[in-house]
Ligand binder design. Sequence first.
Ligand code: IPD
Ligand code: CA
Ligand code: CA
Length: 263
Amino acid sequence: MNPQDLLKLAVTVAEEAAALIVERRRGTITVADTKSTITDVVTAVDRESEELIRARVLQARPDDSFLGEEGDDVVGTSGVRWVVDPIDGTVNYLYDHPTYAVSIAVEVDGTTVAGVVVDAPKGEVFTATLGGGAFLDGKPIQASNCSELPQALVGTGFGYDPVRRQVQAEVVAHLIAKIRDIRRIGVGAIDLCYVACGRLDAVYERGLNPWDYGAGALIASEAGARVGGLHGEPVSPEMSIAAAPELFDTFHDLLAEADPLRA
Ligand code: IPD
Ligand code: CA
Ligand code: CA
């Protein structure tokens, strides 16, 4: 249960899945199904990637639990759980926008101890272990030193539910005049990794799931970013915020002011 050993397996499997999805992207990608709404799509490759990850992980560690976005949960006995998004950024993938990722977090007794996010088309590998720092392609990374809202480049995303999206757009309208700019990259896990390496100063999103933020939240916090929800809550599907340490409080307050219950 050494986090470094768990990370090693996570990286091997994530890289194999990333190679698979890039290879499949050379062919025709079609929507296999829709999920929560008509815009919430899944392709056959999302499922194939998750099946590959599940098979590799459970082959190596048959007593572990597994939570993937697309398949049934597996409940094991070891106390270790793998939390997996087999393609984060499926809409980018469908349209061949070259940013999409495989995200794997490993929890021990409910605490994330290792995480990897592979930006599949770029081949960038973001990793972290609890207490062990964060890395991009093996080199240590750090969140930015941004401390002022007008200098803050902020990432966010929109959920698939149209009512939630409308509100999320209103929150962006509240922020946009006070910050440097907004980026909607389309990959929640990459948003968090970009805060980790200073390519963004802050990110926030309501409605992310554990497979979206599990690995990225650890990577961001190990890179020195502050990570949390609103009003001192931990990150959850309710709200995930990650920001440069000097920026977090001011950014949090602006977001909370936008609408604490609906942002
Ligand atoms: C989505 C992406 C997107 C975020 C959505 C997620 P998916 O994940 O991370 O950036 O805004 O909330 O659902 O569906 O591409 O795995
Ligand atoms: Ca996702
Ligand atoms: Ca996904």
